[in-house]
Design a protein around this ligand. Structure first.
Ligand SMILES: [Zn+2]
Length: 301
């Protein structure tokens, strides 16, 4: 059910413990020469629909709610028209307010699908879920961070053999490469320009990703990171089903409140400088230390 088509009385009457609301939160942004600006939103919405189909079969007792996606995110890619990027703090604040409002309706299971790989975007939403869970009791989860960092967290995504081999052979396919191009070929080949097979491979290592200036220089004029030419519709179908199965698994673990904690955070969540308020806290603490030292020096003479 789309909440856009419901009355508030219908929403009010839902059995809240048996209701799950899905919210996609990903940006409009450049995806090289061959993919549309809405890729991350198309992916999130597709995975959501496929996951809902599986949940309906496995657990028919739940009412599944959807609402329009939030079309912006934190991002660091620069120099392309079409990027709808905001600060990490903006994502955090919007997520807190929106998820808080939905929790205020009494919904006990809110699943945010942050289908955009930027760790700072994902961490901001995870932090918002934590905050809302402290205020309203556990009611919100954003599982995509654990999906994107499955390896570090030791989560087995049960990739089909074909996908596993491709991932091993052509890793670091971070943006608009074979992964996203394949997924879009499966969703709607009409949205993928034919030139994808002629685009050059752009290789950027995991550690290089930490340096936005370097990344922006390497992808200038194109916009992708990875191997778009290797995309196939067949791989895309496998990838989309795999993502949906993961969301279904994390959602069902969450609604039963059993073994769901592994899905709460990106493996990088624990790194302080990736957190939303790191700089503010750091500057405030540094400021206090400097003041304390100055006062001490004055007293000491
Ligand atoms: Zn993308």
């Amino acid at each position: 059910m789309d909440i856009m088509k419901m009355t508030w009385k219908e929403l009010e009457a839902l059995p809240k413990e048996k209701t799950i609301l899905f919210l996609t939160f990903a940006p409009i942004e450049e995806h090289s020469h061959h993919l549309p600006l809405g890729v991350d939103l198309f992916l999130g919405e597709t995975w959501k629909k496929l996951a809902m189909d599986i949940i309906r079969k496995k657990e028919p007792g739940y009412t599944l709610l959807t609402m329009p996606p939030i079309p912006f995110a934190r991002g660091s890619v620069k120099g392309f028209p079409g990027n709808l990027h905001v600060k990490q703090r903006t994502v955090y604040r919007v997520a807190c307010e929106l998820i808080g409002k939905i929790a205020g309706w009494g919904i006990k299971n809110i699943v945010v699908i942050a289908s955009h790989g930027d760790p700072k975007h994902i961490i901001a939403i995870e932090e918002a879920c934590e905050k809302i869970n402290r205020k309203y009791g556990v009611c919100a989860i954003s599982p995509m961070g654990s999906f994107f960092s499955f390896d570090e967290l030791g989560i087995d995504l049960n990739f089909p053999e074909q996908v596993k081999q491709q991932l091993e052979k052509y890793p670091n396919d971070y943006h608009a490469g074979w992964i996203e191009t394949s997924a879009m070929l499966d969703i709607d080949p009409g949205l993928v320009k034919n030139n994808y097979s002629d685009l050059p491979d752009i290789k950027i290592g995991e550690k290089e990703l930490m340096f936005p200036k370097k990344v922006n220089k390497k992808i200038a004029g194109y916009g992708h990171i990875g191997f778009p030419g290797l995309a196939t519709k067949e791989l895309g179908e496998l990838l989309n089903i795999n993502s949906a199965e993961f969301i279904c698994k994390a959602t069902l673990a969450f609604v039963s409140r059993k073994d769901y904690k592994i899905y709460q955070h990106h493996s990088l969540y624990k790194i302080p400088f990736l957190r939303t308020n790191f700089l503010r806290v750091f500057l405030a603490v540094s400021g206090l230390i400097i003041i304390a030292v100055l006062v001490f020096l004055k007293i000491a003479g």
